[in-house]
Write a protein that binds this ligand. Structure first.
Ligand SMILES: [Zn+2]
Length: 274
């Protein structure tokens, strides 16, 4: 599991509320994070960030953007096992983080990256040059994201699997492998269908399932398997994931099965998802 739109949104809101106005004192990147630094996943550094001030935070897609004055951004993206935790009275406990950002008032933020994840800073005016966060598509919850827009996205991605099409962050930012399973289940679509194979009724169902699933998850603060800035899990219980393997489908009672989609285990109801 990795953070997707609902979790990124919650973390960004919490960062905005907790850190706005704080001055950065320094950054600690321990030796164990050296491989991530070499690969360009972490570039936070005291000489760059000391004396900058947090001006606010927002999310786009699966990314969290922390605005710093003057003129910078900190960018976070967390894949499986990644965590971003706030410590209001300073850090205690086993130092397993890959980066720690210390604030002048004694509080700090720790970043845990296991596998793939980013903790970077860029000049705000250079964001567009960034491969991933500089090229994000529209949010599926944006009021301007319409059924017509989804239809045109699916049309452009016609030979790809639907799941691949709705997870392409450059066109639609925020859906990953976790929510895609719930979305396709709610839409009654099999993940191995191609984007170009949907009729207009199926497109409508897919559009509604995207909006319903993500709105529900945002309202509940993300999934139960992911934690927020304070270590608290979200309230959204996935309808289709590994925990449902072999158990009856909530709609028809057929046992849920596992298939492989884009190299990842994916759970489906073989009866409801056609
Ligand atoms: Zn079913």
């Amino acid at each position: 599991m990795a953070i997707e739109l609902p979790e990124a949104q919650r973390l960004a809101q919490q960062i905005d509320a907790a850190l706005k106005g704080k001055d950065i004192a320094g950054v600690l990147v321990p030796e164990r994070a050296a491989p991530l630094v070499r690969q360009g996943f972490i570039n936070l550094h005291t000489t760059i960030l000391a004396h900058t001030t947090v001006a606010g935070a927002y999310s786009r897609g699966k990314w969290i953007f922390v605005e710093l004055e003057p003129g910078r951004l900190m960018l976070f993206a967390l894949e499986t096992g990644g965590r971003l935790l706030y410590h209001p009275t300073g850090f205690s406990g086993p130092a397993t983080y890959q980066t720690r950002i210390d604030f002048v008032d004694g509080s700090c933020l720790t970043v845990h990256i296991s596998g793939w994840g980013f903790a970077k800073t860029v000049l705000r005016r250079e964001l567009a040059n960034e491969t991933y966060p500089g090229r994000l598509g529209i949010s599926p919850l944006d009021e301007h994201f319409t059924l017509t827009m989804l239809a045109s996205m699916l049309d452009s991605a016609a030979p790809q699997l639907i799941q691949q099409a709705i997870m392409d962050q450059r066109t639609l930012a925020g859906i990953g492998g976790g929510y895609a399973q719930d979305i396709l289940f709610r839409a009654g679509l099999h993940p191995k269908r191609t984007a170009g194979s949907l009729d207009s009724g199926e497109m409508r169902r897919l559009y509604d399932a995207i909006r319903t699933t993500l709105s529900l998850a945002v309202a509940q603060g993300g999934r139960t398997g992911e934690i927020d800035l304070y270590g608290h899990p979200g309230g959204y219980q996935p309808v289709m994931d590994a925990a449902h393997m072999g158990r009856p489908c909530p709609i028809c009672g057929t046992p849920v099965t596992q298939i492989t989609v884009l190299g990842a285990p994916t759970y489906v109801c073989p009866n409801c998802q056609r």
